[in-house]
Design a protein. Structure first.
Length: 348
């Protein structure tokens, strides 16, 4: 049996967030449009994080980028800022496509683009599977400069001749290792064929398994490589494990809930069934709890995601659907109720 009191003491001593030292650059150093700088500062960014310092000036030169950086270090702004800077707002055409693996991440990324570009006349659209194709078709007959979406839906609209990519000079792949899994890679490669030969590709992820190499060699022969992964975890995030039998897990969780200072927590399980059962159990113990998984209707998923982000509930139980790039500032505790299936899943 593990020493729960010792674990609780150690958890109480954790500093939660830290970002490694920067070079001291300022956003003004990149000669960005004044309207974009206004959006950056209004979003609360004071100066670039390390991944932003490395990525923004290189992306602005038009070079391909292969970047590894930890989750939570400002990756989204590292590619959104140069994308917004390079878009010609007077040109009525899709000039940037951002591909992500999940609907939730697409919504979050498009929101960041809209906030950063709020003083620019740039039209941002998000499109994902599980939503109305007809609505997307209608929207694409209006001006769109920046498209955020999941590969299958973007490819579908492109094949139909609705999404025109002949003027798209920048393709951004966030969570690139996931986008190059067997589930997505065929769609990504087909999509690249619709882009002009002079296109720029930016690939961002925390992990780059060997499967990425063949893709890189084919489509990014000479990328600028950024690797900020000297360690696999963010500074300030401390990890603990409780070695318990299956029947002790809920008791352990209940004790942690009663003792920890939780702003919001995300709890991962390995199956849809276990997610629903654990969420029911947590609710029965008297704690507020939502759950989310891939088999839920998209409207329901969107509502849960939105409400949890806005603080309507303290705890969220989910499958690894929710591991990729989701940035919710109030979450200060992450619990793996089940042992993750892969190292990459745990890291993300």
């Amino acid at each position: 049996m593990f020493n729960l009191s010792r674990l609780l003491y150690l958890l109480s001593e954790i500093p939660y967030w830290d970002v490694t030292a920067t070079k001291g650059n300022e956003f003004e150093d990149y000669f960005l449009k004044r309207e974009l700088l206004m959006g950056i500062y209004e979003k609360g960014f004071e100066r670039p994080s390390p991944i932003q310092e490395e990525s923004i000036p290189i992306a602005l030169t038009g070079s391909d980028i292969l970047a590894r950086a930890k989750n939570g270090t400002g990756k989204t702004a590292a590619f959104c800022i140069p994308a917004l800077e390079k878009i010609d707002q007077d040109k009525n055409a899709i000039q940037v496509v951002i591909l992500v693996p999940t609907r939730e991440l697409a919504l979050q990324t498009s929101q960041v683009c809209k906030e950063l570009g709020k003083h620019l006349k740039i039209q941002v659209m998000v499109t994902t599977g599980g939503t109305s194709l007809k609505d997307d078709i209608v929207r694409l007959y209006q001006p769109v400069h920046l498209l955020v979406g999941t590969p299958g839906r973007v490819l579908d609209l492109t094949k139909k001749g609705i999404c025109i990519l002949k003027d798209c000079s920048m393709l951004i792949m966030d969570e690139a290792d996931k986008l190059l899994s067997p589930e997505f890679q065929p769609s990504v490669e087909q999509l690249i064929r619709y882009l002009p030969s002079s296109r720029q590709i930016l690939m961002f992820s925390a992990t780059f398994p060997v499967t990425v190499k063949a893709f890189k060699d084919k489509y990014l022969p000479k990328p600028y490589v950024i690797n900020l992964m000297d360690e696999l975890t963010l500074k300030g995030i401390t990890q603990f494990y409780a070695f318990v039998e299956e029947r002790q897990k809920v008791h352990c969780l209940n004790t942690l809930f009663s003792k920890l200072q939780i702003n919001q927590s995300i709890i991962f399980c390995n199956s849809v069934n276990r997610v629903e059962l654990l969420a029911k159990k947590i609710t029965e113990l008297g704690y507020s709890c939502f759950y989310i998984h891939a088999k839920m209707l998209q409207d329901h998923r969107n509502r849960v995601f939105h409400d949890f982000r806005n603080g309507a509930c303290r705890n969220l139980v989910c499958t690894d659907l929710f591991t990729r790039g989701i940035d919710i500032q109030a979450v200060n505790v992450v619990i793996n109720f089940d042992f993750p299936k892969t190292a990459e899943t745990y890291l993300h």
